[in-house]
Design a protein around this ligand. Structure first.
Ligand code: FEC
Length: 333
């Protein structure tokens, strides 16, 4: 009976390789099946090596799924929460097979990325649509709207900013510049009026206001090396701009991400911190939402709101897959 079937919640994240041998096929998947150069693979392996060989992205996403399931069931609902990955196992399609075996019919699916861009969310949506078609359309699965505007998420982020500021000595907190960041994307997103940049600035302004922060800025991070321009300013270069303005204390807030992973543990904690140190600046970072109870509350609200009023993502109701990125010119970032 469909009424007795659990409601499926499909949380989607980027995916991460578990061993050095998996780096090349993972990277090939990210590139839409085009094999990267040996130099690019070696460079990526080196970055994983610098953060201890692998990242906790899968473990954290599984922890979030388990905590969210417990939270939703506490309200009395019959929910099964699943974690599926875009670029590595367990792939979204594999997880959807399991959902079908578990008898799930109704699904709320959303990416663990608060902001919407055709390139990023389009990939998640395509993975869901492909699996739905391959499995014979067993699910009622409108893609949930993105959740950057969610009041609880903004409150939680403001709390993380306030906590982050406490890493600086009390007398220096007034002088700290808060630097929000998110993953860069190719500049061509501007040619189709993508909401990504606008949403990121809206989120940053709202979080800064709630945290009582006056001096805040925004930069992009983790740009790829694909032979086409990516949106900037890049966070590492922007540290030089801040330095030239006399800024010496920076709080990094990677507002475009929700978990500890390579783009945080290497791009911020190694690369940006090393550059800041070279410039004689102090850079601290906010904690990530990970599986914090406040974040689980945010996600529970997103699920409930979607079930009460199912609305497909309103940024791109007709979202279709975009053309793959061109071949990468260099060895990767
Ligand atoms: O911890 C881990 O192992 C995974 C970390 C990880 C996250 C992540 C999130 C986003 N990405 C986004 C866009 C792109 C575009 C390309 C691209 C390439 C890579 C590569 C690695 C990688 N990304 Fe990623 N991304 C993570 C990791 N990303 C590794 C390949 C090497 C490199 O360029 O560094 C370019 C694709 C191409 O070359 O064709 C575009 C966006 C997000 C944030 C949303 C989300 O989390 O899904 C946007 C985490």
């Amino acid at each position: 009976m469909q009424d007795d079937a659990p409601v499926g919640v499909l949380l989607m994240a980027y995916g991460t390789p578990e061993t050095p041998d998996q780096v090349e096929p993972y990277f090939t998947h990210i590139r839409g099946g085009r094999t990267p150069s040996p130099e690019a693979v070696a460079h990526l392996k080196e970055r994983y090596a610098r953060v201890g060989g692998k990242t906790p992205l899968l473990e954290i996403t599984n922890e979030v799924a388990a905590a969210l399931q417990e939270r939703l069931r506490r309200d009395g609902g019959n929910f099964n929460v699943y974690a599926g990955m875009k670029h590595w196992h367990p792939f979204i399609g594999e997880v959807m097979e399991r959902m079908a075996t578990d008898g799930v019919k109704r699904v709320v699916a959303f990416a663990l990325a608060p902001h919407c861009s055709r390139i990023s969310l389009g990939g998640y949506r395509k993975a869901v649509e492909d699996a739905q078609e391959r499995l014979g359309s067993p699910f009622d699965i409108p893609f949930a709207k993105c959740w950057h505007h969610h009041e609880r998420w903004r409150d939680m982020m403001a709390g993380l900013v306030r906590d982050g500021l406490e890493q600086f000595p009390e007398g220096e907190r007034e002088s700290v510049t808060v630097l929000f960041s998110a993953h860069s994307l190719p500049e061509r997103i501007r040619t189709w009026d993508d909401p990504y940049e606008r949403q990121l600035l809206e989120s940053s302004a709202a979080v800064a206001e709630r945290a009582g922060v006056r001096d805040w800025r925004f930069a992009f991070q983790s740009a790829g090396n694909t032979g086409e321009p990516w949106i900037g300013p890049d966070i590492v270069d922007y540290l030089e701009t801040l330095h030239s303005e006399g800024v010496r204390n920076v709080l990094s807030v990677p507002i475009g991400f929700v978990s500890d992973h390579l783009e945080i543990l290497f791009d911020i904690d190694v690369e940006a911190k090393e550059r800041a140190a070279e410039l004689g600046m102090t850079l601290h970072r906010t904690q990530m939402p990970n599986a914090r109870p406040e974040f689980i509350e945010v996600l529970a609200s997103v699920v409930h709101e979607h079930l009460e009023a199912p609305v497909a993502c309103w940024c791109y109701p007709d979202l279709v897959q975009v053309a793959p990125l061109p071949s990468r010119a260099g060895a990767g970032k």
